[in-house]
Design a protein around this ligand. Structure first.
Ligand code: NAP
Length: 259
């Protein structure tokens, strides 16, 4: 399966920084028109101005952790003349802390990391099916491959999105639509605390630009699960070979030591 990004229209959520911004830039470099969304309208506008010499860009600011925000985005998309050919669900947040703490924050995280991508896929898929083509990229994480105590909700939302993507890829076989779960490891963005970046050796840390390059080539090939970087791939393979209870206990130990 191959994809020309040229003359396609891509919706990128979480485009105001980090991996989403890098994906928007990479898609514009390939000739895709863009619809950019996130909460920080000033950042989106600045990116739109930068990219509008190459492609057509529109900006729809929205808070995707709420029902109102997602409905607003969908209404604005419906009001636009053309449909979405490439859906990039990148907006997401991580939260560290014990499960019993800060329940409201966890509810918002669950809506943003799971419900918003689902609602946008439900919105985009009928038009993609009618056209017989389309690409969906769901930005997940290597954290979705195992339980992560003290980041329990974050890891669980990413596990949900990986599982959903894999199931959907089978349901969409033969339709001309591909769906890809992008599972980055630690990537240097605003959401990663500087202490983590400083504590890890350089070869453990990806740049958003490198992750975006992997993502576009995985999408073009119609790859279902993409783990950028050989180190991340090796770690996930090794993890899968271990007893689940060992992985769980090591995660619990790390959580207790770091709290
Ligand atoms: N960095 C890593 O190590 C890493 C590893 C694996 C996976 N990921 C995943 O990669 C994705 C992007 O994260 P990042 O690392 O690039 O972090 P980032 O730079 O903080 O980007 C997060 C993006 O999500 C948007 N966002 C956050 N809350 C939102 C809300 N309520 N409504 C709408 N948009 C919202 C942010 O925009 P506004 O603040 O302007 O709304 C921003 O554009 C996330 O799904 C994350 O889980 C990151």
């Amino acid at each position: 399966m191959s994809l020309s990004f040229k003359q396609n229209r891509a919706l990128v959520t979480g485009a105001s920084s980090g991996i989403g911004e890098a994906l928007a830039i990479a898609l514009a470099d390939q000739g895709s028109d863009l619809v950019l969304t996130a909460r920080r309208a000033d950042r989106l506008q600045a990116l739109a101005e930068r990219l509008s010499a190459k492609v057509t860009v529109s900006v729809i600011p929205a808070d995707l952790s709420t029902e109102t925000g997602v409905s607003h985005l969908i209404e604005r998309l419906e009001a636009q003349a053309s449909s979405i050919d490439i859906l990039v669900n990148c907006a997401g947040v991580a939260a560290t802390g014990w499960f019993v703490e800060d329940v409201a924050r966890q509810q918002a995280l669950m809506y943003l990391n799971m419900t918003a991508p689902v609602r946008l896929m439900h919105h985009c898929l009928p038009a993609m099916k009618a056209k017989g083509s389309g690409r969906i990229l769901n930005v997940c994480s290597i954290a979705g491959f195992q339980p992560v105590p003290r980041m329990a909700q974050y890891a669980a939302t990413k596990a949900y999105l990986i599982s959903l993507t894999e199931a959907l890829s089978e349901e969409l076989k033969g339709t001309g639509i591909s769906v890809t779960a992008l599972c980055p490891g630690v990537t240097q963005t605003e959401s990663v605390v500087p202490e983590i970046v400083e504590a890890l050796p350089d070869f453990f840390i990806d740049t958003p630009e490198a992750v975006a390059r992997h993502a576009l080539s995985a999408m073009a090939r119609g790859e279902v699960v993409c783990i950028p970087g050989q180190l991340n791939q090796a770690a996930m393979t090794l993890g899968r070979l271990q007893p689940r209870r060992l992985i769980r206990s090591l995660g619990g130990l790390a959580a207790r030591l770091s709290s």
